[in-house]
Ligand binder design. Structure first.
Ligand code: NAD
Ligand code: DAU
Length: 339
């Protein structure tokens, strides 16, 4: 079996490469990544030592490059993680989100049609469903919840999902989609809430919490997400969407306070800043379909996962310090300077 993993140098794609090398040691994996600001080859350093893994640098929206690669490699499965993934960046500059997340997805699927594959899998997000009110804890996103996006990021992911389902109906492409809640774990880029808070708290820097900190996210340890995708690409039904999440809802303030407690840092570091435009209030996944159909359920609780994640950041300082010492400093100043 030969799998193309796009976005392999990113957070979840990188974790997925390690998950597959460990759980399917006979599979060949080709990691494709453009190495944007979010892609980091250091993440794949260990994988590069495995003869079943190789890396190729390229843009999923570059048709010529993608066709050449598919013609040469003859993939059995394509798992598309490649994306612009940060909501705040999409609010500042939506265009690149449309190019990579929508056009890139269509180029990949055209290559699948031209050269043939057994399965195209689209890694999507619960954000395509929009948000839920804070005062209705009884409501959850199911696969039937209407698409109702809030940000340029989530709109581009929803556009891609619709195209994936259209390629299934129109051309019979064997596709599946997973829509997952917020991931956390190793190799998470430090612009996202959890690694941002860990890295800044360790340096005793102020911790920017948007609005009142009452927004709720449904956190899933990244390895559980990888296990869900593994199940769907092998046993999921073609043309189907599977929601992935583990009933792990926390307000942002709860998450920040948990990290501070683990690190022995004071809550006085918390600084409330101007809210994100269009900020989604609550995400909460109903994972019944993937649990009952495919026997998937999460194995890592938030209490265990957050400790493991903090330990990882403490023992891999070089990985994230290389990032925050580079261009990222300008990003932080631009995004948070006047907030
Ligand atoms: P990430 O930003 O860490 O990684 C994205 C990777 O894609 C980077 O390595 C980047 O270099 C690469 N990339 C960007 N544009 C590219 C292009 N044009 N061609 C090839 N590679 C390109 O993102 P992530 O958090 O790992 O998310 C991966 C996928 O999972 C995304 O599709 C995202 O929408 C989805 N998702 C993320 C979460 C989450 O909590 N992080 C939850 C649900 C779904
Ligand atoms: O739900 C899945 C989505 O989760 C993925 O599709 C996205 O790719 C991923 O980035 C993530 O989106 P969020 O917007 O939920 O993640 P982020 O880490 O940016 O923010 C989490 C929450 O924390 C959100 O309510 C905004 C808040 N926040 C974020 C940052 C960066 C803050 O309060 N302060 C911050 O500095």
């Amino acid at each position: 079996m030969k799998i193309c993993v796009t976005g392999a140098a990113g957070f979840i794609g990188g974790n997925f490469v390690y998950y597959m090398l460990e759980n399917h040691p006979d599979y060949d994996i080709v990691g494709l990544d453009l190495l944007t600001y979010a892609g980091n080859l250091e993440t794949l350093e260990e994988a590069m030592k495995n003869p079943h893994f190789k890396f190729t640098k390229g843009d999923i929206a570059d048709r010529e490059y993608v066709y050449d690669l598919f013609e040469k490699e003859k993939f059995d499965i394509v798992v598309n993680f490649a994306a612009e993934s940060h909501v705040d960046r999409s609010i500042v500059n939506p265009e690149i989100f449309l190019k990579t997340n929508i056009l890139g997805t269509s180029v990949l699927m055209d290559a699948c049609r031209k050269y043939g594959i057994q399965r195209y899998h689209q890694v999507s997000t619960d954000e395509v469903y929009g948000d839920l009110p804070l005062d209705r804890p009884d409501l959850f996103f199911t696969e039937e919840t209407p698409i109702h996006t809030s940000s340029p990021y989530s709109s581009s992911k929803a556009g891609a999902d619709l195209l994936v389902l259209a390629y299934h109906r129109t051309y019979g492409l064997p596709v599946t989609i997973t829509r997952c809640s917020n991931n956390y774990g190793p190799y998470h880029f430090p612009e996202k809430l959890i690694p941002l808070i860990i890295s800044r708290a360790l340096a005793d820097e102020s911790l920017p919490v948007y609005g009142t900190g009452e927004n709720v996210r449904d956190w899933l340890y990244v390895k559980d997400h990888c296990a869900a995708i593994d199940k769907v690409i092998h046993n999921g039904r073609e043309g189907e969407v599977y929601n992935v999440g583990g009933h792990n809802e926390r307000t942002n303030l709860q998450v920040v306070k948990t990290i501070l407690k683990e690190l022995g840092k004071p809550e006085s570091l918390i600084t409330f800043v101007t809210d994100r435009k269009g900020h989604d209030r609550r995400y909460a996944i109903d994972p019944t379909k993937i649990e009952t159909e495919l026997g998937w359920s999460p194995t890592t609780t938030f209490d265990v996962g957050i400790k493991q994640t903090i330990d990882w950041y403490l023992t891999h300082k070089q990985w994230w310090q290389n990032i925050i010492n580079g261009d990222y400093q300008n990003y932080y100043e631009k995004m948070y300077g006047n907030r």
